[in-house]
Design a binder for this molecule. Sequence first.
Ligand code: GDP
Ligand code: MG
Length: 440
Amino acid sequence: LSERLGSVFDRLRKRGALSEADVATAMREVRVALLEADVALPVVKQFVDKVRERAVGREVLRSVTPGQMVVKIVHDELVDMLGSDSQSISLNAPAPVPILMVGLQGGGKTTTTAKIARRLKDRERKKVLMASLDVTRPAAREQLRILGEQVGVATLPIVQGETPVAIAKRAMTAGKLQGFDVVMLDTAGRTSIDEGLMAEARAVRDAVNPHEVLLVADALTGQDAVTTATNFHERVGITGIVLTRVDGDSRGGAALSMRGVTGMPIKMLGVGEKVDDLEDFHPERLAGRILGMGDVVSLVEKAAETIDAEEAQKTAERMMRGTFTLDDMAAQLKQVRQLGGLGGIMGMLPGIGKLKKQMAGANIDEGMLKRQEAIISSMTRAERRNPKILNASRRKRIAAGSGTQVQDVNKVLKQHQDMARMMKQVGKMGGKGALAGLFG
Ligand code: GDP
Ligand code: MG
């Protein structure tokens, strides 16, 4: 998916303006990409329609860099759909607060129960009791007991021959009598959904009326995640989702699907086998992961700083005519700074080696580039257009205005002259080809 979306956006980025047809084409590809990431079809459809609606029209079509706007819209909608606020587990109920953990076998319920209990104990100073209702596998209750010892959380003593409902009731009673704040109930799972599993979960739910019913689901289950989430939500009713194995080669598509079909928030992420491998859910991060772009927001911000194609074109044309103004120089300094130093634009200019060396000799750093920009922006428009009028008193005023010295102002003016001369030569020698290569 990452590569796929990456290539879609690359293509968009290279375009000047984005038409409705362009958006439609891009959205078709986004649709395929999401499907390939195992996002469920109805969810994909809903998502793509929403993005298309927002993308076609004002925001994208008027934007100077349409591709970046599409990236931002896709990202924002993804965040929106995943839930724009990270929602934590609610304990806003009379103690002991019952929390029911449901899900398929092997999804990570028992591990996650211990992880959450540990977190509630350490971070919120809650007294937590854990109970395993898994009577199908002999080792299951023992597993929770061992985890409890490991994280320093109490577990309900094991009594043989009890039904899950009986264990749940006993846990609640113990929780009340012994002053626990939270009682976490870890249920049994099956390898696939069956009526027995659902009936059991419902019976426990009816017996203890849990404040939270958390569906624990493996991020790697892909399309199955949708079936699982739909079934548990329709037949038991969930209040939130914990996605596990997000540390693995997870596609993230499961989160989008489960959130989409249930409307219930993703509350936590399991990111490893260890008891402290639990993270709060941040929609932006997961959106970035689904898009495969790391931090898309920072990408968009960076994009806003990149060279504006139109502006560069205008500069190129002015250079060809041999008029290189101080405004052009300021724009170039800014670009050089944004490109991370002189290795950028300057380095690409043919015949500019000498100037580059000169500037490097002057020990160019970001601070210096900023000072030079400040000097130029302290000039009046008339001065920028016609530097010849810059007499001593004007230079003094500019130095004061930019917090620099008169000799700094002189240096900038000298540099501008050098650059203007160089640009003129480039214009003559290279012609349009060279410049197109430079600014294209
Ligand atoms: P349950 O059957 O739903 O109770 O699942 P378990 O809690 O027993 O977990 C099954 C396996 O998945 C165990 O080996 C866990 O260590 C592992 N596991 C659980 N959560 C995660 C996770 O977030 N990341 C990874 N890598 N493994 C996990
Ligand atoms: Mg278990």
